[in-house]
Design a protein around this ligand. Structure first.
Ligand SMILES: [Zn+2]
Length: 233
């Protein structure tokens, strides 16, 4: 079996992170979460370390400061970090699942030639998890985190009555940052930056699958599974 690349995108509140974990476990995929790869890169670097990409130089600690302030890292830098990780898997048979990258059209443009050097276009699949704005706001404003590990529990029919964290049993608390206005900003940012990625990859003959992200975690997961199995996974 030839290896494949699956890219999962979805707005805040789509449950993308949870679905990525489930999919990677069920289908034995190598799961790369962009923010975790960045954190690891930052942890393993010292002041003054740089990465060189073509003619550009990025100072790693400078990228880390941007990231800690809540800004996005530069496209060339993030793309390099992702590329480094995927490269290490090129002799493996497992499918790679990318979660949280690409985040901008620029990142998609930077990484596509690299993806196509490892995978045939027909072996690359982008899954867009779709949740409308109203549903996303509802889920985000009702989102809670657990007291012990800060596990994030979005509101779905099966989680709304939970009072304790299903993973560790600690109490669930309301998050203060999830006010509707801030969520609207994050949603707008998502649609401005992500929709062009989908259009761009589609124009390059990459498979695009749109999956309805409403309903319970298991309902959504079954929809995703059906689609990836049709895709040959
Ligand atoms: Zn927890």
């Amino acid at each position: 079996m030839k290896n494949k690349l699956v890219i999962l995108v979805g707005p805040p509140g789509s449950g993308k992170g949870t679905q990525a974990l489930l999919l990677a476990e069920k289908k034995k995929m190598i799961h790369f979460e962009a923010s975790k790869l960045l954190e690891k890169k930052f942890l393993n670097s010292s002041e003054g370390d740089v990465v060189t990409v073509g003619e550009e130089e990025y100072e790693i600690k400078e990228q880390e400061r941007r990231w800690r302030e809540g800004l996005l890292c530069e496209d060339g830098f993030v793309s390099h970090v992702i590329k480094e990780s995927i490269e290490k898997t090129k002799d493996k048979k497992e499918t790679v699942l990318l979660d949280g990258y690409p985040r901008t059209k620029k990142q998609a443009e930077i990484s596509l030639p690299f993806f196509l050097s490892l995978y045939r276009a027909r072996d690359i699949l982008l899954i867009s998890l779709e949740v409308d704005e109203e549903e996303s706001i509802k889920r985000n404003t009702k989102r809670r985190v657990c007291a012990l590990m800060r596990h994030s529990i979005i509101s779905t029919p099966e989680t709304e009555n939970l009072t304790i964290c299903p993973l560790d049993g600690s109490v669930l608390e309301k998050r203060v940052m999830d006010d509707p206005e801030k969520i609207k900003i994050r949603l707008r940012e998502f649609s401005e930056k992500t929709v062009p990625i989908i259009d761009y990859l589609q124009s390059k003959k990459i498979n695009i699958l749109r999956v309805d992200g409403t309903g319970s975690v298991s309902d959504v997961f079954f929809r995703i599974l059906k689609e990836v199995e049709n895709f040959g996974l």
